[in-house]
Design a protein around this ligand. Structure first.
Ligand code: CTP
Ligand code: CA
Length: 219
């Protein structure tokens, strides 16, 4: 897990990134999850590494190749992601690009649930997962100097992102419209609005790699 560092503007800095979905088990064979390829989070990890940072990438299950030169911690659930993130602190910068499942099953069945037992009308009892971004952003000695979150929205993109920035205590929110038809979800390109304390920047459509490089350069 020893990550190599190369000289660059982020030399000597620790950048903590979350990526991918989380999987919340219902039983030994089933889970609930968000849609997430991990492409944007992994692109950010590569971009930060290329600028010389020591990168810790905490990733849920993805089918992408492991980025070289970063400390990669693979997790399944939101709780595991939070534990790994807290273990990895302190960091100079944190970027939460993971699509964390908002809920987990209130109880995980030890044995496979049988469909005969549920019939046609099954309901799940869910409880909320911890908010990793909001936890990282809590003021204190461990808080990174720059905390960046994402907001994947399907309507009122910028207004929702502004509200999330305030609610979670993040410095910046990278907002994008993931409505069906935009192709951002799972695709290689993205179009984002950067929401900072100073206002809104509308960035043009670009590859997720280019967005990562631009965000890291800006950071
Ligand atoms: N996030 C997180 N932990 C969670 C939920 C979200 O760290 N349990 C982070 C995401 O990585 C992202 C930001 O919070 O950087 C916004 O995630 P999003 O799902 O858009 O916001 P939520 O607050 O979960 O609101 P909702 O899904 O209801 O829109
Ligand atoms: Ca969510």
């Amino acid at each position: 897990l020893l990550a190599q560092q190369q000289p660059g503007p982020l030399s000597g800095r620790h950048v903590l990134i979350t990526s991918g979905p989380t999987h919340e088990p219902l039983d030994p064979v089933r889970y609930i999850a968000n849609r997430s390829s991990g492409k944007q989070g992994h692109a950010l990890a590569r971009a930060a590494q290329a600028l010389g940072a020591h990168v810790t990438l905490v990733s849920g299950p993805v089918t992408l190749p492991d980025p070289g030169g970063v400390t990669l911690i693979k997790v399944e659930t939101a709780q595991e992601m939070l534990d790994a993130v807290l273990d990895a602190l302190p960091a100079d910068m944190a970027i939460c690009a993971a699509a964390v499942a908002d809920w987990r099953a209130a109880t995980e069945a030890a044995q496979k649930l049988k469909k005969e037992d549920g019939g046609n009308d099954v309901s799940l009892s869910l409880e909320q997962n911890p908010d990793i971004l909001a936890t990282i952003a809590i003021p204190g000695p461990q808080r990174p100097d720059l905390v960046i979150g994402f907001a994947a929205e399907t309507e009122n993109v910028v207004d929702n992102a502004k509200a999330k920035r305030r609610a979670k205590g993040a410095d910046w929110i990278v907002a994008n419209d993931v409505s069906h038809g935009t192709g951002i979800m799972g695709g290689d390109a993205t179009r984002v609005h950067l929401v900072t304390g100073a206002g809104i920047e509308d960035w043009p459509s670009m590859s997720k790699d280019d967005m990562a490089a631009r965000l890291l350069a800006r950071a």
